[in-house]
Design a protein around this ligand. Structure first.
Ligand SMILES: Cc1cc2nc3c(=O)[nH]c(=O)nc-3n(C[C@H](O)[C@H](O)[C@H](O)COP(=O)(O)OP(=O)(O)OC[C@H]3O[C@@H](n4cnc5c(N)ncnc54)[C@H](O)[C@@H]3O)c2cc1C
Length: 379
């Protein structure tokens, strides 16, 4: 279905980003998958090209492109090449905005230029071994010691966990109020800040997902973002944008899986005819085509609503729920239509299947999305 919300400048941006990926990412994907992490140098190259935080103000080195369609394009193109480790959306559309939105002028001047150049890679650390969906159940604490805070606790499943130079860490700040938490920027090299192993995962092999440990880390007062008790609100506020990036990537991922499957079933023969000619195949592909088109229209509308600051947390949750469930359905059908070859790592559909599964879990599970949506229905 023809999409109608992109203008010429977006198409030019897409061409530039796609050729950057073809040049700097695609040739390295196998090597990064083996290493379990992408090379730092690609972050700097992306920075040089203006692909990191393109929305940021020019005074920090950004290009002030305050239009979420550019973020959408990058999510889509990364999904199209099935690259899960080079997490520009996490850096640009999730972590960076915390600093831009809740940081003061001094913090923005200190951190944003390096972040935009790709020299300082970002991560956000909310999840703990015993608290994921229930963020208010986290145990990491931060105690005010006058001119600094002392941070203690641990985090798990942190994307960019090994590469990150600046980690936005959520920690409890008032034992009498479970929703009182602050967001603290912990920097590479701070005493007491340790990283665990690169966790072995079902998919997303090129992404470094790690445990982080904080043992009496002295965090200067200047590294607190906003109010020491406002972090829970800040997290909830930003999660809507994160969920929209998930939706943008999920629809594009479903499209890529559909295309890979179409290519395969046209080539593969069974009972003297292409697998594409069986009615079951054609009906499955027709269903996928229809559902992806519907999801795309909804997601594009969410992007435009977000540009006008009208996207609610509930609708962002609907977008994430619908598109990530659809993605998982499409990759599953795709594997089925590939037969045994679909289970082989050398086939793109196999990696797509493995990479997709987490989408229904991170940034809030599908069940939590349903909680958010139903809360909005005032049942
Ligand atoms: C590869 C990967 C990358 C990640 N990256 C990051 C990151 O960068 N930063 C970060 O902070 N976190 C990250 N996460 C963590 C992720 O966001 C959490 O795993 C997710 O929020 C779920 O939390 P949990 O794993 O503790 O599951 P749990 O909260 O223990 O949930 C277990 C099950 O219970 C269900 N459940 C929980 N509460 C309810 C409820 N109220 N109603 C109904 N069902 C419920 C869940 O839906 C789920 O099915 C990442 C995780 C992975 C695997």
């Amino acid at each position: 279905m023809l999409r109608n919300h992109f203008e010429t400048e977006h198409n030019l941006f897409r061409d530039a980003f796609r050729s950057f990926l073809d040049r700097e990412v695609v040739p390295h994907q196998e090597e990064w998958e083996e290493a379990g992490v992408v090379d730092r140098s690609v972050w700097r190259k992306a920075g040089e090209m203006g692909f990191l935080l393109p929305w940021a103000e020019e005074e920090y080195g950004g290009t002030a492109l305050k239009d979420f369609r550019y973020e959408q394009i990058m999510c889509e193109e990364l999904a199209a090449i099935n690259e899960p480790g080079f997490m520009i959306p996490l850096h640009s559309a999730l972590c960076g905005p915390y600093i831009a939105e809740y940081g003061n002028a001094e913090q923005k001047a200190r951190w944003l230029p390096g972040i935009i150049r790709g020299e300082s890679i970002l991560a956000v650390a909310m999840t703990e071994p015993s608290a994921g969906s229930d963020l208010a159940g986290m145990r990491t604490t931060s105690v005010d010691k006058g001119d600094h805070f002392v941070l203690n606790g641990s985090k798990v499943f942190i994307s960019n966990g090994l590469l990150a130079d600046l980690v936005i860490v959520a920690a409890k700040t008032d034992p009498s109020n479970k929703h009182a938490m602050g967001l603290f920027v912990v920097e590479r090299g701070m005493e007491g800040f340790e990283r665990g192993r690169n966790l072995k995962k079902l998919g997303m092999k090129s992404q470094d997902t790690a445990e982080l440990f904080f043992n009496n880390v002295k965090v200067p007062k200047e590294n607190l973002l906003g109010d020491a008790k406002g972090g829970f609100f800040y997290l909830m506020n930003m999660l809507a944008q994160e969920r929209l990036t998930n939706a943008c990537g999920a629809v594009a991922g479903a499209e890529a899986a559909l295309n890979a499957t179409i290519d395969y079933v046209k080539e593969r023969k069974a009972f003297d005819r292409p697998v594409a000619h069986f009615q079951n195949t054609r009906f499955k592909l027709a269903e996928m085509r229809t559902q992806i088109d519907v999801a795309q229209v909804f997601t594009d509308r969410c992007v435009m609503d977000h540009n006008q600051k009208k996207l609610t947390a509930e609708v962002a949750a609907e977008a994430k729920l619908f598109t990530t469930e659809l993605l998982c359905k499409v990759v599953d059908e795709g594997v089925q239509l590939h037969g045994g070859w679909g289970y082989m790592w050398e086939y793109p559909i196999c990696k797509m299947y493995a990479n997709a599964r987490i989408q229904r879990i991170f940034a809030g599970t599908s069940e939590i999305m349903k909680e958010i949506i139903s809360r909005g229905m005032k049942l």
